[in-house]
Design a protein around this ligand. Structure first.
Ligand SMILES: Cc1cc2nc3c(=O)[nH]c(=O)nc-3n(C[C@H](O)[C@H](O)[C@H](O)COP(=O)(O)OP(=O)(O)OC[C@H]3O[C@@H](n4cnc5c(N)ncnc54)[C@H](O)[C@@H]3O)c2cc1C
Length: 515
């Protein structure tokens, strides 16, 4: 059995683990990153399937170039300015029978307000008040995060009480609570403001208002962006930072156990490398857990498991996603797809709360009800994913692992294929002729997410973001084990920004640690 020593070890190379590992390595520490898959990035992965380039996750994220963006400091600290964030022209197009004609939601809160007021003139004053509430909440968070200089804070001190009140007033509200306060039962405008709900959750009745205001507010205020070449370029670049600082980054190495010293502090890990299948011991006083807490639990000695899981045991998991990447032999624009991002809301959805029924549809074989879909046409921008031969079109819908459990491999494949067929048929109704151009397809279900990311329930955003029972942040990197920090969507919130922010919080917490 070989043994190696490091200053810190990262279990998993999702964005949270990469951020924690790279930031910690930048302090001069010798870091070991261990990933069980063949490539780095977890969900933030891009790969080839024949002639098709598949982006495994990214539709849109916010730009780290904006100083108030939560990723800004990470990009500065890691000198990631060579990662190119491509702006997306409009946030998205919404095709929803309740709204009527396709509706383009632009970027910038003022432009959003103008466009919404044109389509919903009877709601003009409420739209203004709602977006002002979103903006105040965003600004309060920027204040609280200390993202502005002292001079800026002094200049804006008069606004602070209103901004803090915006946060406090709705600290326990759901998205549905706040939307009902502003718009009553006008469901069309709710769809216009939250058609992309599965980017965060699937039930507006339980989705935390502050999660919406900060994540969606950030998109509406500053715009959506795609990483040129795909998310793999960001993941690989952060792994490179760890190597540049003298650390090691290994793929196909699955961590099986976390060792503790006699005082119960983290002291290292054991892992298996696919290359030689021997158990290897790596020692370090600091461990960043990018794998889900439910996976970390199984790595701990029996007598530490219960205390470790205590903070997480009652927290519901986020939704998973069904993701189909279709390779078209002609650009989707030739069939009428006119936006980078389109939200296709089915006619059976009459209320925003109907989103909660979308994920359960895949428990059955497809009938006349198709889930709401988020569609991205990567050839509308210079994404770096289109080589002129095949044009990738990605479709995501909310999904759950329970939809795919207890099926034989054959039955699973058949059901997955019949859902993909149903989705392609639906696209063809919207954009006639598009089905005939699909020559290649790569499909990932909640079961794929569960198996590939090793995440419980196939959850892709960590825990479900619900209004908190007690005041405090939605998650923390600290665990019951000294020297072990969570660095993933499970330590705060999901998405590219959420996972990276959690990784940064873990690195910061570890800096002050003295074993
Ligand atoms: C289809 C899809 C679309 C999405 N679209 C967007 C979007 O447009 N915008 C956005 O912001 N977010 C999006 N997301 C969400 C976002 O990608 C995730 O929330 C985020 O990347 C999660 O990062 P993470 O650090 O928590 O870890 P994950 O990405 O879940 O990675 C965890 C890693 O840990 C590894 N691991 C687990 N166990 C072990 C072990 N025992 N040993 C070694 N390694 C282990 C796994 O193999 C994996 O690589 C999307 C996600 C999906 C799946």
């Amino acid at each position: 059995m070989s043994t190696h020593s490091y200053d810190a070890i990262v279990i998993g190379s999702g964005l949270g683990g990469l951020t924690a590992g790279a930031l910690y390595a930048r302090t001069g520490a010798n870091v070991l990153l261990l990933e069980r898959n063949k490539s780095f990035g977890g969900a933030a992965t891009t790969y080839r399937h024949g002639a098709l380039t598949v982006e495994a996750s990214l539709h849109e994220t916010t730009s780290p170039a904006v100083p108030s963006d939560f990723k800004h400091d990470v990009f500065e600290a890691l000198d990631l300015d060579d990662i190119e964030f491509l702006p997306v022209e409009n946030f998205h197009e919404i095709r929803c029978p309740l709204i009527g004609e396709p509706f383009l939601l632009p970027h910038g809160l003022q432009a959003v307000e103008t466009r919404l007021a044109e389509r919903f003139p009877h709601q003009r004053s409420r739209i203004h008040a709602f977006l002002r509430h979103v903006n105040r909440t965003l600004k309060a968070f920027n204040h609280l995060q200390g993202q502005h200089s002292v001079l800026w804070q002094l200049a804006h001190a008069a606004e602070l009480p209103l901004e803090l009140w915006a946060v406090l007033r709705d600290i326990r509200s759901s998205l549905s609570d706040v939307m009902a306060r502003y718009f009553g039962d006008d469901e069309a405008i709710k769809f216009a403001l939250a058609a992309n709900l599965p980017y965060f959750a699937d039930d507006p009745d339980t989705f935390w208002w502050l999660g919406y205001a900060i994540a969606q507010g950030g998109f509406l205020a500053s715009g959506g962006y795609f990483i040129k070449g795909g998310s793999q370029s960001l993941s690989d670049r952060m792994a490179e930072v760890i190597r540049q600082e003298g650390g090691d980054t290994l793929t196909e190495c699955e961590v099986t156990a976390i060792d503790l010293d006699p005082a119960g502090r983290a002291s290292g890990v054991r892992y298996r490398s696919a290359a030689d299948d021997e158990e290897i011991v790596a020692r370090a006083p600091i461990i960043f857990a990018n794998a889900a807490p439910h996976v970390i639990e199984g790595m701990l000695p029996n007598d530490h498991r219960q205390a470790f899981m205590q903070p997480y045991k009652d927290r519901p998991l986020s939704i998973s996603l069904f993701s189909a990447t279709l390779g078209l032999n002609r650009p989707p624009a030739e069939f009428g797809v006119s936006s980078y991002s389109t939200q296709l809301i089915p006619a059976w959805m009459k209320r925003l709360s109907d989103y909660k029924h979308s994920a359960e549809l895949m428990s059955e074989i497809p009938d006349d009800r198709i889930p709401a879909m988020g569609i991205v046409d990567y050839s509308q921008i210079d994404s770096g994913l289109t080589d002129g031969e095949l044009f990738p079109l990605n479709v995501v819908c909310s999904d759950r692992l329970t939809n795919w459990e207890d099926l034989s491999d054959d039955a699973y494949r058949q059901k997955r294929d019949s859902w993909t067929d149903a989705i392609v048929r639906r696209l063809d109704e919207e954009w006639p002729g598009i089905a005939g151009a699909v020559v290649n397809r790569v499909v990932a279900t909640a079961r794929t997410m569960h198996e590939y990311l090793n995440t419980p329930g196939g959850a892709v955003y960590g825990f479900d973001m619900r209004p908190p029972e007690q005041l405090g942040p939605p998650g923390r990197p600290e665990t019951s084990i000294s020297g072990l920090w969570l660095a993933s969507a499970f330590a705060g919130s999901g998405g590219f920004t959420g996972a990276m922010t959690s990784g940064a919080a873990a690195a910061k917490a570890a800096l002050g640690y003295k074993p």
